[in-house]
Design a protein around this ligand. Structure first.
Ligand code: MNH
Length: 468
């Protein structure tokens, strides 16, 4: 018997034909159709016009946008596609270097830090953070106590809770967000860093050296400042002796990679701390804020959540083991993350030449952007994808659905390490707020979403009134 090897043609990027905006120009390509401020929402609108896979060609650079559940199965396979640091994530390396989020797969510190930190992020590990998280929410509840009838800046305050949570559980650091009136200097510097990265990512070095010379100098000073501050926290802990605090910093200073027996070095620990500050704060805070918006305009959903909370929360405090029993509150979180995945997409690059979906040739190293905003509104979600309906996450409905339709935390080896942490924290915060306060929406508010790498409801304000 003779076997014939099929003669496959070489895979060539130039053979790839994809839908794209009309009026493509020579050299400039689709540059007229580029949005740099709301790039994820623009990616979503493009998908609604051009389809589940389409491209924009910007001066010859091709950006492919994917929101097809069928193609996701292939792209989410770690054997076929790998994490890619697209703009603006790549530029976060100026502060986070080879920290978990911004490390290339090939950098040895990724596997090492992943092995060392993973045990600190299991559902069971949340037990050691629960009381600390509760203390942070308690400060928020206190902060609102005398503010009946005042407008409250919701994203501002959820940011404070999430910052306190990550600061204290991460490295025993209290930012004192609710006591102070000014912004903590580390927070101010981190905010400027993220704003700079988000804007300059689409810029040219020459422009940064001239037009934005001052901002660039400030950026460098900010990076140096946060490095120094975080290094001081690490050094202080080393002097005190690590091991008794039960936070992530203790673990990083004491645990070794089971594979190699190696520990993380102090510089890498700094990059992990900065990573947790950047990746683990605004993302969670944004979800809390979106959920509070939807709860305020859907009082029947808030009421149903309050009934569940009343059944589960029987003593003085909401106990660790009670949090996972708040199934409806959890569905509210899932549904908020469906409509507004606060990390609105991620990048993957082809590990080898490949024919995506049997149709689209991608050469090794070429990359795509996963448009989570649109995947989460795909027609397979039904006729009313914009409607906020937590019951989409009833277990039987989840089982009946295409498995690739929902990826707010990414997937595979580079998926979010903080997923359980985020769920525990967000459910705890929302349940405590609903238990203590009624939420009153601004009748004139129209949801508008602001992008600063992550998403948040722009200028959302609510009134809260204490429940008796
Ligand atoms: Mn998080 C990676 C979304 C909360 C720390 N996070 C990711 C990715 C997504 C994501 C998506 C994958 C990106 C990619 O594939 O390129 N993260 C979220 C969302 C929330 C969130 C929507 C809140 C809700 N993340 C958190 C929290 C922490 C955290 C909280 C820390 C305490 N996330 C990380 C780290 C990574 C990550 C670290 C990188 C993991 C890795 O690559 O190994």
């Amino acid at each position: 018997m003779t076997t014939t090897t099929p003669t496959t043609d070489r895979i060539r990027a130039s053979d790839r034909v994809l839908p794209h905006p009309p009026y493509r120009l020579p050299i400039l390509g689709d540059v007229w159709d580029l949005h740099v401020t709301d790039s994820s929402q623009w990616g979503m609108r493009g998908a609604q016009k051009y389809g589940d896979i389409y491209e924009r060609n910007i001066f010859g650079a091709r950006v492919t946008y994917v929101s097809s559940p069928e193609l996701m199965g292939e792209i989410n396979d770690d054997e076929k596609w790998a994490k890619f640091l697209g703009v603006p994530i790549r530029d976060l390396r100026s502060v986070a270097r080879d920290g978990l989020f911004t490390a290339h797969n090939s950098e040895p510190n990724w596997a090492k830090a992943h092995a060392i930190l993973a045990p600190s992020f299991t559902a069971a590990a949340m037990k050691s953070y629960h009381t600390t998280m509760q203390a942070c929410v308690g400060e928020l509840i206190e902060h609102w106590a005398d503010r009946d009838g005042e407008w409250i800046d919701i994203p501002g305050d959820t940011n404070k809770v999430a910052l306190e949570v990550i600061g204290r559980t991460g490295f025993g650091y209290n930012f004192d967000s609710f006591a102070r009136t000014d912004e903590h200097p580390i927070v101010a510097a981190m905010l400027r860093i993220l704003t700079y990265v988000n804007r300059s990512a689409y810029s040219h070095p020459l422009v940064e050296h001239t037009v934005f010379r001052k901002e660039r100098a400030q950026h460098r000073a900010d990076v140096e400042f946060v490095n120094r501050e975080v290094d001081a926290v690490i050094a202080q802990r080393q002097r005190e002796g690590a091991g008794e605090h039960g936070d992530l910093l203790d673990r990083m200073l004491t645990a070794a990679d089971p594979e190699t027996g190696q520990q993380l070095d102090a510089q890498n620990i700094r990059h992990q701390i900065l990573t947790f500050l950047a990746a683990g704060h605004e993302t969670s805070a944004g979800v809390m804020a979106f959920a509070l918006h939807y709860l305020s305009v859907n009082p029947e959903i808030a009421e149903r959540a309050r009934q569940e909370i009343a059944e589960v929360w029987t003593g003085d405090e909401l106990e660790f083991g009670q949090v996972p029993k708040l199934r409806y509150v959890r569905r509210i979180v899932d549904e908020s993350l469906r409509l507004w995945p606060t990390a609105p997409g991620y990048f993957r690059k082809a590990r080898h030449d490949t024919m995506l979906g049997g149709k689209y040739p991608f050469e090794k190293g070429e990359w795509v952007f996963i448009v989570l905003l649109q995947l989460h509104r795909h027609r397979l979600w039904g006729d009313e994808p914009e409607r906020f309906d937590p019951d989409r996450f009833l277990p039987e409905r989840v089982r009946a659905r295409h498995p690739e339709l929902y990826r707010p935390f990414g997937v595979g080896m580079r998926a979010c390490i903080g997923r359980q942490f985020a769920y525990h924290e967000i459910v705890l915060v929302l349940a405590t707020i609903l238990h203590n306060y009624d939420l009153v929406p601004d009748p004139n508010y129209q949801l508008k979403v602001k992008e600063t790498i992550t998403l948040k409801p722009d200028q959302l304000r609510l009134k809260v009134s204490r429940r008796s």
